[in-house]
Design a protein around this ligand. Structure first.
Ligand code: SF4
Ligand code: SF4
Ligand code: SF4
Length: 323
């Protein structure tokens, strides 16, 4: 029997199963009951990178020196040694803050703590986990086998592997709540929100952060607003500033099932390098199909049927043949 014949027969069966509607995607997961997250308001970010330095302090990671700047951490992207990075958007003369044309602004990159995370879905050993109560997505190095599926399953290119280390591991932002840190479990806010001088990175319950983001969408450009700093439930101070012209889009409200870390901005998210995502999570589609195919051993049964068919056909063909 040729391998190609077998695969064709098995694939034909699986396709038939899908096409008659037996294999169905499951719905997106819903936000966790007490989901916590962060709201990053790009219009408030001044690019000071206090959040980058604090992230390294909390996670006990050394600075990364890149380019000519030797004075402070100058990491340009996420890596095994950088779990949070501030990037610059520039266009034309880059003179106007938060202008899409001839302007500039800052954008934060760190784990989005997806509501229905692709990294969790593709991890074969549950080394990536989503906390059912808080929605925080954490990586557990003690069970990780280093397959790096999570790097492929993440639409934001967040999990990073320590390629320079012989015993390298996957690294990503754990919302300051991994074993040994547990800031959230102790009632603290995330390190990056704690030090942000303008409230650009704001910590709190996802519901409250989403309501705050929606409030900002409704504000009149030019009016003065007191932006909370730190934790939205108990801000330690306010930052008074004129309201910019926001994009009417809260990134993470719905994208791929939503995220617990949400972004708002005056510059469109396409220009800020966010990936094009629909509302369905990849995890919901992939898992639904997989679970249906394996339900009642359907896929193995189809494979066996295909195998039996091909073997029988080849046996019939061989009748009367010469040795
Ligand atoms: S600390 Fe706040 S203002 Fe400074 S770079 Fe980070 S997010 Fe921006
Ligand atoms: S952003 Fe990537 S690493 Fe973070 S939870 Fe979502 S899929 Fe996982
Ligand atoms: S939540 Fe903690 S680990 Fe994540 S980016 Fe902020 S400081 Fe870093």
């Amino acid at each position: 029997m040729k391998r190609r014949d077998f695969l064709k027969a098995a694939a034909g069966g699986a396709t038939a199963l899908c096409s008659v509607g037996v294999a169905q995607a499951r719905p997106n997961l819903e936000p966790a009951e007490n989901a916590v997250g962060m709201l990053f308001d790009s219009t408030l970010c001044v690019g000071c990178k206090a959040c980058v330095a604090k992230c390294k302090e909390v996670n006990n990671i050394p600075p990364v020196i890149e380019g000519n700047n030797k004075a402070w951490d100058s990491a340009r992207d996420l890596s095994g040694d950088t779990l949070n990075v501030i990037k610059v958007y520039k266009n034309g003369t880059a003179k106007l803050k938060d202008a899409e044309v001839n302007g500039f602004c800052f954008e934060k990159r760190s784990c989005m703590h997806c509501v229905d995370p692709g990294c969790v879905s593709v991890c074969p050993v549950t080394a990536m986990r989503r906390d059912l109560l808080t929605g925080i997505v954490t990586h557990h190095a003690d069970v990780c086998i280093g397959c790096r599926n999570c790097m492929v399953g993440c639409p934001y290119n967040v999990p990073q592997f320590e390629y320079n280390d012989a015993f390298g591991q996957i690294q990503k932002c754990q919302m300051c709540n991994q074993a040994g840190v547990e800031r959230i479990d102790k009632g603290q806010m995330t390190g990056c929100a704690e030090v942000c001088p303008t409230g650009a990175t704001l910590f709190g319950s996802r519901k409250k952060l989403l309501a705050e983001a929606k409030r900002r969408m409704r504000l009149k450009p030019g009016e003065i607003y007191n932006y909370p700093r730190g934790d939205i439930s108990k801000p330690y101070s306010y930052h008074e500033k004129a309201v910019p012209t926001y994009q009417q889009h809260i990134w993470g409200e719905k994208e791929a099932g939503g995220t617990n870390v949400m972004h708002i901005s005056a510059v469109s998210f396409g220009r800020l390098g966010m990936p094009p995502l629909g509302e369905r999570s990849a995890a919901s589609i992939a898992e639904g199909v997989q679970h249906t195919l394996y339900n009642y051993m359907a896929l193995p049964a189809i494979a066996l049927a295909g195998l039996t068919y091909v073997v029988r056909r080849n046996t019939d063909d061989d009748d009367g043949g010469e040795l």
